[in-house]
Write a protein of this length. Structure first.
Length: 64
């Protein structure tokens, strides 16, 4: 499944509805893992990371 080009959007985002895993290894295993964007939890993780970054920025600027 990982080597099938049809499972990648724009060649970089893994999207496979039949694969229920949230984290999948990248095509080049040395580069680590990626998200399966067909899994709804992937979007929750992305939103969480962005919200955390915004919160840290606000807290960092609060003391100035």
């Amino acid at each position: 499944m990982l080597d099938n080009d049809e499972n990648y959007k724009w060649g970089i985002f893994y999207y496979n509805l039949q694969d229920r895993r949230l984290f999948v290894p990248k095509r080049n295993k040395l580069l680590g893992w990626t998200l399966n964007f067909a899994n709804p939890w992937a979007y929750m993780i992305i939103v969480g990371i962005i919200a955390f970054a915004i919160l840290m920025e606000k807290l960092g600027n609060a003391g100035k």
